[in-house]
Design a protein around this ligand. Structure first.
Ligand code: FES
Length: 144
């Protein structure tokens, strides 16, 4: 194989691999649920994370009283994070792709802890304290 052909082949292979990565991120199963608010907590039964094979990585939790949904990410049996899906740049709703949150308005990206990984947003996402009681995840909506 000549040098030029080799470089062309490697370039196409790299492009294919990066495209495949993006496609696979979009294939992470997303489960939307509606959760009740009791007192100042959004109540999410842990059972929502479990399916036949393995636990889901995250849920999108909605309630009519919330303008935007909450992204509830499961790091482990006892460690979760709850993030408000409102972009800190200009307030657009974010989309979840696995452990990455993306704003379709201007391209900001956040990780599963709410940190900015790509601008123009500069502030982390609003997060909520979490407690686990009786196999329920309690997301505190109390203002700090
Ligand atoms: S509103 Fe999200 S990047 Fe601008």
């Amino acid at each position: 194989m000549k040098r030029k052909e080799f470089i062309k082949t490697c370039g196409l292979a790299c492009l294919g691999i990066s495209t495949m990565g993006l496609l696979l991120q979009g294939c992470v199963p997303t489960k939307n649920i509606s959760a009740a608010i009791l007192e100042e907590n959004l109540i999410v039964p842990e059972s929502n994370f479990f399916r036949k094979d393995k636990p889901l990585k995250y849920l999108i939790v909605r309630n009519d009283k919330l303008q935007f949904p909450i992204y509830l990410f499961r790091f482990s049996e006892s460690k979760y994070t709850a993030l408000y899906l409102q972009c800190t740049h200009q307030g657009n709703e974010l989309n979840a792709y696995g452990d990455k949150l993306v704003c379709s308005a201007h391209g900001s990206e956040f990780d599963n802890k709410g940190n900015v990984t790509n601008g123009p947003a500069t502030q982390a996402l609003r997060s909520f304290p979490i407690q686990i009681e009786d196999q329920n995840i309690l997301i505190s909506l109390k203002k700090a």
